[in-house]
Design a binder for this molecule. Structure first.
Ligand code: FAD
Ligand code: FES
Length: 260
């Protein structure tokens, strides 16, 4: 059951994952399923949604510094305190046998726990991880421990020179999977949804939108009649077909519908 109670925890460890990305680890006794998120409160700053990138006894969030709140988080060190509510949202369905993980940038933070749960259950996992450039790839060692790993970079500095959906398409041409589990920039997910439809593979995509309440009250995360916080963040490929805003428009912090 989700809890709206604010918990305050001390950061046990801060790990630099990439030049603009850090993981913040803390102890918290709560049951989390792969793909769920928490609303993180940094004292003096607003709350932000973050996927849990570790869901064992030690929990973690893996944060890219993109603005005010994430900058404030990046200034925190071991022993600093943060608050959080949750976990919230639905979670990845891991009942099938053979999965392809597709992660763009910090999207890896959301899918890695699914990969680890699948690998632990003896299921087959292949990961396609992408980023703009080699230095921005994160959590690769953990992905490698789950199974085979393919890399894509926009600038060709590591692995395949190109985007995650193109590399996923190539992998799907050669192998059969029961499903694709994905998180990353919405444009990437939009293209990936087309690829999965063409190849007739089930897709579960975790969407990231601006959020305020995280519990379906404020409407900040609305997309084509869905609330990402309440109905998602994970949507099946067939739910995304024909949605006008998916991959095209998002809501800014004032609630305006703006192009992505
Ligand atoms: C369910 C969920 C899980 C998420 N998990 C992670 C995670 O594991 N790691 C991580 O680094 N980030 C994650 N995010 C995105 C993260 O919440 C935003 O980057 C953060 O809220 C930005 O806050 P800010 O004040 O630092 O930046 P702002 O000043 O609010 O924004 C800076 C820039 O980031 C863009 N932005 C803001 N919010 C989002 C968003 N939700 N999605 C995409 N772009 C956004 C803005 O449009 C702007 O261009 C997640 C978002 C959601 C909804
Ligand atoms: S964040 Fe308020 S409704 Fe989703």
């Amino acid at each position: 059951m989700p809890t709206n109670r604010l918990r305050v925890v001390s950061l046990e460890k801060v790990v630099v994952e990439a030049p603009h990305t850090k993981s913040f680890c803390f102890q918290a006794d709560l049951k989390v399923n792969p793909g769920q998120f928490i609303m993180v409160w940094i004292p003096g700053v607003e709350e932000v949604p973050m996927a849990l990138s570790r869901i064992g006894p030690v929990k973690a969030i893996t944060v890219r510094n993109v603005g005010n709140s994430t900058e404030a988080l990046h200034r925190l060190g071991e022993g600093s305190r943060i608050g959080f509510r949750g976990p919230y949202g639905n979670f990845f369905d891991l009942t099938r046998e053979h999965h392809l993980l597709a992660a763009g940038g910090t999207g890896m933070a959301s899918v890695i726990t699914a990969g680890e749960a699948l690998a632990e259950a003896g299921k087959k996992v292949v990961t396609v991880a992408g980023a703009k450039t080699k230095d921005e790839l994160i959590l690769l060692e953990r992905a490698r421990r789950c199974g085979e790993l393919f890399i894509a970079t926009d600038d060709g500095s590591a692995g395949y020179h190109g985007h995650v959906p193109d590399l996923v398409s190539k992998v799907l041409e050669e192998r059969r999977f029961d499903g694709v589990i994905a998180c990353g920039p919405e444009k990437m997910l939009h293209t990936l949804a087309k690829v999965c439809r063409q190849k007739e593979v089930r897709l579960q995509a975790s969407l990231e939108r601006f959020m305020r309440c995280g519990i379906g009250l404020c409407g900040s995360c609305a997309m084509d009649g869905h609330f990402i916080c309440l109905d998602g963040p994970i949507f099946r490929g067939e739910q995304l077909v024909g949605l006008k805003d998916f991959g095209s428009y998002r809501r800014d912090r004032a609630g305006r519908r703006v192009p992505i």
